[in-house]
Design a protein around this ligand. Structure first.
Ligand code: SF4
Ligand code: SF4
Length: 123
C-alpha cells in the first residue's frame, strides 16, 4: 500500500505593514466624497474625514505639516494599526508596500525613512 505524503503547511510570514503604519503618518490622504458613509455605498466614517477645499477631502489629521491619520492607532513601526481597516479609503487599499510586487515604492521607502525604519528596497 502506498503511503500518502503528509503535507506540512508553509507558514506565511506576517506583512511588515501590520506593525509599520509609517505611510499613514507621512502624507495627505485624499479621498473621494463618494467613499464617505453619509452617501449610499460609502464606507469611511464621516467623522474621520475633513473637507479642505471645495473639491478636496482628506482623512482627518493628514492635512497637517506633521500628518497622522486619525484612524491610525499604536506606534509607528511598533504596533501601528488602521482602526478602520475594512473601511479604509481606496488610496490606502491601492498603496503597495515597497518591493511587494517586485517594484520599489519610493513613497513607502520615504515614509519609513521618516521614522528611522529601513526601506524594503534597500534589502
Ligand atoms: S510605509 Fe510601507 S511598509 Fe509601512 S505600512 Fe506603509 S506600505 Fe506598509
Ligand atoms: S485610513 Fe487607515 S490605512 Fe488609510 S491612512 Fe488612515 S490609518 Fe492608514
Amino acid at each position: 500500500m502506498n503511503e500518502i505524503p503528509i503535507q506540512v503547511p508553509i507558514p506565511i510570514p506576517p506583512s511588515p505593514c501590520l506593525k509599520c503604519g509609517a505611510c499613514c503618518a507621512a502624507f495627505k490622504v485624499c479621498i473621494q466624497e463618494s467613499e464617505i458613509d453619509n452617501i449610499d455605498g460609502g464606507y469611511i466614517p464621516e467623522g474621520m474625514t475633513i473637507k479642505v477645499s471645495a473639491l478636496s477631502m482628506v482623512m482627518k489629521g493628514t492635512d497637517r505639516k506633521s500628518p497622522r491619520c486619525v484612524a491610525l492607532s499604536g506606534g509607528i513601526g511598533v504596533n501601528a494599526k488602521c482602526s478602520i481597516y475594512e473601511k479604509r479609503p481606496n488610496v490606502c487599499r491601492n498603496f503597495i508596500m515597497s518591493c511587494e510586487n517586485g517594484m520599489p515604492n519610493d513613497m513607502c521607502d520615504r515614509a519609513r525613512a521618516r521614522y528611522g525604519l529601513i526601506a524594503f528596497s534597500a534589502w
